[in-house]
Design a protein around this ligand. Structure first.
Ligand SMILES: Nc1ncnc2c1ncn2[C@@H]1O[C@H](COP(=O)(O)OP(=O)(O)O)[C@@H](O)[C@H]1O
Ligand SMILES: [Mg+2]
Length: 383
């Protein structure tokens, strides 16, 4: 059972506080994303779990044990770095076997250690055991690299190199897999296919994974739960749907890619709906505002997702609580969707229309009506 628990974790670099009281629990077999912009402390948190960094305060538990006094090579962790970090002079086989040899080295007495040291240097003089071959080949098979064992890293594409790094991290059968922006150096198409490979592997091996990324789409699509970090602090923790649908703060709403994020004030009630004034618009919103007891006069951010807005030629065509006259500013055909910028008074809404027909795209200057339902409006407290 490999639950990972951070308790009031702090890390100072000189007078700079990189981690500022992070408390969270990653459940056994969960894929947990640490999401935040560059410099928010994600790598520092991961390195603390791996033992590559010693926290200034707080504690780290893997299972029920504190690992603060456990050296890195004795922690049940495998790690994958953004930059692959393969040994360029070692074959794929030896790169993957490295983890096993290092493990063996840590466990052996002086005589055994000399042998293991030799095996780092020469595979001819110190041939790998049958078990080692089996484990390395199994790991390579899992990452679709069976048959590539004798190639050198420089002969492999970036995606293949990262799969070697992944094999090296899992070959020791760690309980916890730590991944630090593992896909950031790959092109988009490869990133998406590698994502599903990592997910399948994690589930197949019943491994607990902490996945660091600055890419909100990656976190949303991959993780069971996400922790959003900002300036060394945890700002929200939840499932992808919770974070997307109920961002706790304007920072989270903005970070998680809210294209339409308008500052507003709650000014009244209309039937079951809150009325929010945002610039010159009056918007009806269903539901409550997280963390605000008395909504009247509350300063909020209004979030309307681009795909929640519909475009019609008249108000009658839209059976929703919010409709506004607008003018198309700009349109882009993206294949599966068309994205429009539509000006309504002094506000520009981003609108995504699914399944656009290339012959029927709107043009700049077209007059349209925008509509969105009150229950698609998300209110985020400014306080
Ligand atoms: N060894 C170090 N010495 C001094 N400052 C560091 C060190 N490592 C990280 N930092 C600082 O701590 C902050 C968080 O860094 P990091 O954890 O790498 O962020 P992230 O991975 O979220 O981009 C950054 O401002 C970074 O400059
Ligand atoms: Mg980092």
């Amino acid at each position: 059972m490999a639950q990972v628990r951070l308790s009031a974790l702090e890390k100072d670099f000189g007078s700079f506080r990189a981690l500022d009281g992070v408390t969270l629990t990653v459940e056994d077999r969960e894929l947990f994303a640490l999401l935040g912009s560059s410099g928010s402390g994600k790598t520092t948190a991961l390195r603390c779990i791996a033992g590559l960094e010693q926290p200034s305060a707080g504690d780290i538990f893997i299972g029920s044990q504190s690992v603060l006094k456990t050296p890195p090579n004795e922690r049940p962790c495998g790690m994958v770095f953004q930059s692959y970090a393969l040994f360029p002079h070692l074959s794929v086989f030896d790169n993957v076997a490295y983890g096993l040899r290092a493990h063996e080295y840590a466990q052996r007495g002086p005589v055994g250690r000399a042998r293991v040291l030799g095996s780092f240097v020469s595979r001819r003089l110190f041939p790998p055991s049958a078990t080692m071959r089996l484990r390395v080949n199994d790991a390579l098979q899992l990452v679709d690299l069976a048959g590539e064992a004798e190639r050198m890293p420089s002969q492999l594409s970036g995606g293949m190199q990262q799969r070697v790094a992944l094999a090296r991290a899992i070959v020791t059968e760690p309980e916890v897999l730590l991944l630090d922006e593992p896909l950031s150096n790959l092109d988009r198409k490869l990133r998406v296919s590698m994502r599903s490979m990592i997910r399948k592997l994690q589930q197949q091996l019943h491994i607990t994974a902490v996945y660091v990324t600055h890419d909100q789409e990656e976190a949303l699509s991959l993780a069971d739960r996400i922790a959003i970090m900002d300036h060394g602090r945890l700002v929200q923790l939840g499932t992808p749907a919770e974070i997307y649908d109920q961002p706790a703060t304007p920072f989270v709403a903005d970070f998680i890619g809210a294209e339409n994020l308008l500052p507003g004030t709650v000014t009244g009630l209309a039937g079951d709906y809150l009325v929010v004034n945002a610039a010159t618009l009056e918007i009806r919103a269903a539901g409550r505002i997280a963390g605000v007891a008395d909504a009247m006069g509350a300063k909020v951010r209004v979030v309307v997702r681009p795909q929640a807005i519909r475009i019609a030629s008249s108000h009658e065509g839209l059976d929703v609580e919010n409709t506004f006259d607008g003018t198309v500013r700009f349109g882009a055909y993206l294949g599966a969707t068309a994205r429009y910028e539509v000006a309504v008074a002094d506000i520009v809404f981003i609108v995504d229309v699914p399944d656009p027909r290339p012959g029927a795209l709107l043009r700049a200057g077209d007059r349209v009506v925008l509509g969105f339902a009150a229950n698609s409006v998300i209110l985020v407290s400014e306080a």
